[in-house]
Ligand binder design. Sequence first.
Ligand SMILES: [Zn+2]
Length: 242
Amino acid sequence: MVTKNLEVPKRALAIGAHPDDIEFGAGATLAKWSDHGCEVSMLICTDGSKGTWNPDLKKSDLIAIRKAEQLLAAEELNVAGKVAFLGEVDGELEMSGNLRKRITLFIRNLRPNVILTHDPWKRYRLHPDHRHVGYLVLDAIVAARDPHFFPEQNVAPHRPDELLLFEAELEDHFEQCKGYENNKLNALLCHQSQLESTMGISAASIDVDTVAFKNRELSKLDRRSVGEEFSLTEGYKRISEL
Ligand SMILES: [Zn+2]
C-alpha cells in the first residue's frame, strides 16, 4: 500500500551515518515538518573524517569543519531540536552492543514520534556505515521500547509510531515537499568540504557545476512515476509496526 504525507509529528529524530546523509535522504521533509511545528533532532553517527580527497588535510581539522557544516545545514532546515554527534570513526563504524545502547538512549531521551534513517536492506550498497547505521537504528528501536533493555539507563522506554527509511530499496511512503526543495539544496550546499568529492562541484567551474548539482537533486525529487502529484517529493520505506 502506498501512503503519503504523515500527520506532522510532534517530534522527529533523523539518524545518519555521516554529515550530509540526512539532508540527502530527508532534508525537504524535515524542513517541511519544522515549518509546521515539529521538533526535529539529528544524530550523526560518524565524525566524517574520511570525507576528503585532500591527503594533506589534517583529520582533526576535517572533523571540526564537518561538524560546523552540519550545524549550518540544520539551520537551513530550521530544525528546532538537538543536533548531536556520536563521533564514531568514519568508514569504520561497527555494529556493536555499545553503539546500539548509545542510540537507544537518544531515542529514550528525545521520545520521537517518527524516526528516519538509512534503509539497511538497500541492495548493492557499498558504504558499510550506511548499512550498519540502518541496522543499528532498527535494533535500538527494539531496545528503546522494552524496559528490560539497558535498565541502567534509568530512562522510561519509548516506542516511536513510525519509522521512515530513506534511500530505500522499495519506496511505499511519499512526503510532498513543494516549497521546501530549496531548504534541502541550501542545506546540502552547507557541506562545502563535500562539494568536489560528493556533489561533483569543482572549484574551477563552481557556478556551472552548482546548477548541474541542483538540477540533479531536483530530478531525484521527481516521483511522478508514482503519481502526478509527486513532482517534488521524498520517498521512503515506511514501517509502522514498531
Ligand atoms: Zn554517508
